[in-house]
Design a binder for this molecule. Structure first.
Ligand code: ADP
Length: 494
């Protein structure tokens, strides 16, 4: 399954530096994928009620990897019933320390199988192996370890309160961090004594199905974790199921709003992690080279498929020319290509639909009169690819400044004063994350206090840790995941 063709394409690159990289492909020879994956319900792999399956493809080759079950309302109902029975009879009654042991076991198995998970994540999702190997999978294990530790300490997490689980949680996740989003949702839910029905994204279901194998290997009691694959209608059936106590959703703001409307008045709890349009603010006194690297990391690595991506750059006018020149130089050295090559910086766009969405925004940008700059790198002939792109000469009101593009596309604006930077940064419907680059602690405190965003990084970007809460303001969502705050959506406090 290694893609020789793409390796060759990457090697064709002629860097301005004159450097070249020998291909360093991660082998996928020892990865075994089944031809077909059924739902995981009540501890067993179960055929879909309507007998239908759909293909999940490798976006780097556009070739199918496996088929997965297309879930409908009957499958969801079966999974919710299994989750309810497991909640009532087993999981909520189990001694919390025992629940913790299962989670520790899951974490250890994931660590043992981490390379396999990383390769499958890159095959199914298109992200560079460096990212899935060094970021996604280690964080998945870390989230299970972290939450395992809380299982028998909930009374310390919420002192003086009586802590109870919520019940059955329906969890719907996107395709940008498939296994990590599953871990963010499953680990705290289980630690707090809930059972779950997870609906992975339709373009990246494979690591979730591998996670189901881990749950079996860990001897997790049947029904505690159920995984039903399918598209939006499968997710909608989960949202609408009357016996689900809580919905946790990560995905687009549009679907998040739809879910919020559907849940209004039902008494179901929900947490939503939605879109973003974060700005990296670079002051003239910043370490410019570090800032440039942080900006590149924040938007170009992982194809910009990150809801907290730094998709806007606000740069102080006096250093704008320098920063943009350095950014363009750095963009020329970025390698777009085979996700399984360890040299690759930017992998495949997750799906044809997503590439079309990004391309539509490139067109919108051009129509809005902004200047579009793309690196000159080669991209493979097959699969879905987007060169790193800069928009300059943009106005605050431009759609490419206001709307989430979810691709390796950066909109650059300038500012003169701290207050102008803060006002521009806050002037979108989103509030998920932000970044500030400066030598002055006072500016860091001012910006982090005045920007309405859930996470703000100072002199770094896109750093994650299971102990740290993550979530948005405004149209970026409701509720927090991670850290102590991430337990709250999964407990009832009296
Ligand atoms: P994106 O546009 O980034 O693909 P979506 O919000 O469409 O994000 O998808 C995120 C997750 O939500 C996926 O698992 C998808 O199948 C699911 N989903 C899509 N539409 C709905 C819906 N109406 N109700 C519930 N889940 C949905």
């Amino acid at each position: 399954m290694t893609s020789k063709k793409q390796g060759k394409e990457s090697r064709k690159l002629d860097f301005s530096t004159g450097w070249d990289y020998a291909p360093a492909p991660q082998s996928s020879a020892d990865i075994t994928l089944a031809k077909r994956y059924k739902h995981f319900i009540n501890g067993k792999f179960v055929a879909p009620a309507n007998g239908k399956y759909f293909s999940t493809i490798n976006p780097a080759t556009a070739r199918p990897l496996a088929k997965v079950a297309a879930g409908n309302a009957r499958d969801i109902d079966k999974a919710v019933k299994a989750a309810r029975a497991a909640y009532r009879n087993v999981w909520s009654k189990m001694a919390p320390a025992e629940r913790g042991k299962y989670l520790f076991r899951v974490a250890r198995i994931i660590q043992e199988r981490s390379r396999e998970f990383a390769v499958i994540e890159s095959l199914d999702g298109g992200k560079p192996i460096r990212e899935s190997r060094d970021v996604d999978i280690p964080l998945v294990a870390a989230h299970f370890f972290y939450n395992a530790g809380w299982a028998d300490k909930l009374n310390y997490a919420f002192p003086t309160r009586s802590v109870k689980p919520v019940g059955v949680a329906g969890q719907i996740i996107p395709w940008n961090f498939p296994l990590l989003m599953a871990a963010w949702k499953i680990a705290p839910a289980l630690a707090c004594g809930n059972t779950v029905v997870l609906k992975p994204a339709e373009t990246t279901p494979l690591t979730a199905m591998k996670l189901a194998e881990v749950m079996q290997d860990a001897d997790l009691p049947p029904g505690v974790v159920n995984i039903v694959t399918g598209a939006g209608d499968t997710g909608a059936a989960l949202v609408q199921h009357p016996d689900v106590d809580k919905i946790a959703f990560t995905g687009s703001t549009q679907v998040g709003k739809q879910i919020q409307r559907q849940l209004a008045g039902t008494g179901k709890r929900y947490s939503l992690e939605l879109g973003g349009k974060a700005a990296n603010i670079v002051f003239a006194d910043a370490a410019i080279d570090q800032a440039v690297e942080g900006i590149v990391n924040g938007i170009f690595f992982n194809q910009g498929h990150v809801c907290c991506a730094g998709s806007r750059l606000l740069v102080q006018e006096s250093v704008a020319e320098e920063v943009i020149r350095k950014l363009k130089d750095r963009m020329e050295t970025l390698i777009v290509g085979d996700p399984l090559d360890k040299n690759t910086d930017i992998g495949a766009i997750n799906s044809k639909e997503q590439l079309e969405r990004i391309n539509a925004y490139l067109k919108i940008g051009a129509e809005e009169g902004v200047q579009v700059y793309q690196s000159s790198c080669a991209v493979p002939d097959t699969g879905f690819w987007c060169r790193p792109t800069l928009f300059t000469g943009v106005a605050q009101s431009n759609r490419v400044v206001q709307e989430e593009i979810f691709g390796p596309v950066l909109a650059v604006q300038t500012f003169r004063t701290v207050n102008e930077a803060i006002a521009k940064s806050n002037n979108t419907p989103y509030g998920l994350s932000g970044g500030v680059w400066t030598d002055k602690g006072a500016k860091i405190f001012k910006v982090t206090r005045d920007i309405r965003a859930g996470v703000i990084w100072a002199n770094t970007f896109n750093k994650f840790d299971p102990t740290s809460p993550f979530g948005g303001y405004k149209e970026s969502g409701i509720g927090r995941e991670g850290g102590l705050h991430g337990l709250e959506p999964y407990v009832t406090l009296n």
